[in-house]
Ligand binder design. Structure first.
Ligand code: NAI
Ligand code: MG
Length: 353
């Protein structure tokens, strides 16, 4: 298969981890006889430095014409002045919005060899396997913002159509998995959540009667996610709740550096694949970042954008085998012997053979 993959390394550890994932994609292409072409473009802080804006038109144009997009991360202290007119994160929000990427899939799986890295008791962690579907282009992150001398506001707004499309994605995913969907909201307080809950209940009843639907308030969900993580299959929630719950969920897996994501729009549209973590400025340039989340994001790219299930599974098995062999970067290594980013990527390449 021929595919045109746009790579957006971004800032901080972004360039280090995307190189690792591209090497793995090249190895997959060689082994399975595919022809992948890669082109790099600027986004985030680097784009502000080079072009004066976080999402240059050339970047957006390349992404809209690509078969899939692999992204590192954006942001960092250099561009963090709260009064700055342009910020790296604006590039990320803008590209998600422009490409219509309303469903952000964040699978959370624990791995037997990495349980030691989690602060949670190991007996709660075995066989945890759920996917959070986070709404990505609506809600408070995109609402009107105001600021004056002594007040500020962020508007949270959702339309029925925005809620319906992300819920349908989540229901479909639940059908392909264990048939259970947990919809998370704050319906005891927020009007947007009451609308969310009504839409979820109606779509469940009318279109997906075979999926078991439960509603959960976000605050107690934060607790249940830690107390009984095995109870979940697919979790669907609005933008900000999903952002927060998935960083919490990363502690089940043991490190932010293990969690991949896929941001998807309507069927057949380009998707963006990126680790859930940020640009990790505290370790950027040291060559010690964990590349596994980005490599696993590349696997999701093969599965969701290119329909290459065997190739995706080959990458996931290779990462699992590397973890089984105790091939850890510093975020996972119990003590001493941590691999560098490129050694960890080499370990995955070796396991692919
Ligand atoms: P972060 O996710 O970058 O880092 C949090 C902690 O986890 C840090 O101690 C970091 O060293 C560690 N970490 C993250 N990824 C790692 C990896 N692959 N291997 C080993 N350790 C890893 O979040 P933080 O520090 O809150 O934000 C840093 C910058 O990243 C900010 O400018 C923020 O706006 C941006 N950011 C960007 C995101 C994106 O591009 N999608 C998402 C989240 C934050
Ligand atoms: Mg986040």
């Amino acid at each position: 298969m021929q595919a045109n993959i746009v790579v957006l390394p971004g800032d901080g550890i972004g360039p280090e981890i995307t190189v690792a994932a591209v090497d793995v994609l090249k190895a997959i292409a060689a082994r399975f006889g595919h022809d992948f072409t890669f082109s790099e473009h600027d986004i985030g802080g680097i784009a502000i430095d080079n072009h004066g804006e976080p999402l240059p038109a050339a970047t957006l144009d390349a992404c809209s014409r690509a078969d899939a997009v692999l992204l590192g991360a954006v942001g960092g202290p250099r561009w963090s002045d709260p009064n700055a007119k342009v910020r790296p994160e604006q590039g990320l929000l803008a590209i998600r919005k422009a490409l219509g990427l309303f469903a952000n899939l964040r699978p959370v799986r624990t791995h037997p060899a990495a349980l030691h890295a989690s602060p949670i008791k190991p007996e709660l962690l075995a066989d945890v396997d759920f996917v959070v579907v986070r709404e990505l282009t609506g809600g408070i992150y995109f609402g009107d913002k105001t600021r004056d001398a002594d007040s500020a506001s962020d508007l949270c707004r959702y339309t029925v159509a925005e809620i319906e499309r992300v819920l349908r994605s989540a229901f479909r995913l639940a059908q392909q998995r264990r048939g259970k969907l947990t919809s998370v909201d704050k319906a005891n307080v927020l009007e947007t959540s009451r609308l969310w809950r009504d839409v979820a209940a109606r779509i469940g009843r009318e279109e997906f009667p075979d999926v078991e639907l439960e509603h959960q308030l976000v605050d107690s969900m934060a607790m249940h996610l830690i107390a009984k993580p095995r109870a979940y299959d697919v979790i669907v929630t609005e933008n900000m709740f999903g952002d927060i719950l998935t960083d919490e969920a990363s502690m089940l897996a043991g490190s932010l550096g293990l969690l991949p994501s896929a941001s998807l729009g309507e069927q057949g549209k380009v998707g963006i694949y990126e680790p859930i973590h940020g640009s990790a400025p505290d370790i950027a340039g040291k060559g010690i970042a964990n590349p596994y989340a980005t490599i696993l994001s590349a696997a999701m790219l093969l599965r969701h954008s290119l329909g290459l299930e065997d190739e995706a599974a080959a990458i996931e098995h290779a990462v699992a085998a590397a973890l089984d062999d105790g091939l850890f970067t510093a975020d996972l290594a119990a003590q001493g012997r941590a691999l560098s980013t490129s050694q960890a990527a080499q370990a995955v390449l070796a396991c692919l053979q």
